[in-house]
Design a protein around this ligand. Structure first.
Ligand SMILES: Cc1cc2nc3c(=O)[nH]c(=O)nc-3n(C[C@H](O)[C@H](O)[C@H](O)COP(=O)(O)O)c2cc1C
Length: 209
């Protein structure tokens, strides 16, 4: 493995429970692949281009099978550079807390930016084809409540199914989720224990990556 792109979707820095688990994953990964570069994209600090009329019109130009030119090309400069950065990685780590049963808006904005026809997917006679092939992904989440399969709130988890669907759509099917939960509902002691458990799974996952 040459390069992993770490996409951070929490603004909480050192206070982040999600990043406590991701930190262990990255430490263990470094031991296994000492030469692996980690490219960090912090979605609460790094600018993601606004999806203006021109930017979105570029998407429809590509969907119509035409190339971008003139004002569209200009509007797409930053979008293309994010897509290139995404495709340069051969693996991904996404650190993402659950926000309102789903993902923080910055991650949705990033996904809306990079998931573009001709670059990450195309339509064929046999249906859509994802173009980000042979890539691996680990998604580390933390949640205030518990949304595991045994929980009565399992059906409220729109985070894991959505992220699986959108990354499968672009061709990434090798996805491992590590969910630290509950972080808020049952108090500090339970949260700390659940973080430790998630860290153990994160180290094992990195060892097999
Ligand atoms: C805006 C916002 C929305 C949240 N929505 C949910 C939610 O729908 N369900 C839940 O279980 N926790 C929710 N939480 C709690 C976080 O998922 C939880 O505290 C998580 O551990 C935060 O991760 P972090 O420490 O990495 O930022 C929300 C927190 C914030 C700030």
């Amino acid at each position: 493995m040459k390069k992993i792109l770490h996409i951070i979707a929490t603004p909480r820095g050192d206070a982040s429970r999600t990043l406590k688990v991701s930190g262990v994953f990255l430490e263990s990964l470094k031991k296994k692949y000492p030469a692996c570069a980690v490219d960090t994209l912090d979605l609460f600090k790094d600018a993601i281009p606004p999806l203006t009329l021109r930017a979105v019109s570029g998407k429809y130009t590509l969907l119509a099978g035409k190339d971008l030119s003139g004002e569209f090309k200009e509007a797409w400069r930053d979008i293309e550079s994010h897509i290139t950065r995404f495709l340069l990685a051969d693996a991904y780590l996404i650190s993402v807390p659950m926000w309102n049963f789903s993902i923080p808006y910055v991650l949705k904005h990033y996904i809306d930016t990079i998931v573009q026809p001709k670059y990450l997917f195309r339509y064929t006679d046999k249906g859509p084809e994802g173009l980000a092939k042979n890539k691996k992904m680990v998604i580390i989440t933390s949640r205030g409540g518990d949304y595991s399969a045994a929980s009565p709130f399992h059906a409220y988890d729109y985070q894991e199914p959505y992220l699986r669907a959108v990354f499968n759509f672009v061709g990434i099917t090798d996805i491992v989720f590590i969910n630290a939960q509950p972080m808020d509902a049952l108090g500090q002691d339970v949260a700390e224990e659940k973080i430790r458990q998630a860290q153990t799974i994160a180290a094992e996952t990195a060892g097999k990556f």
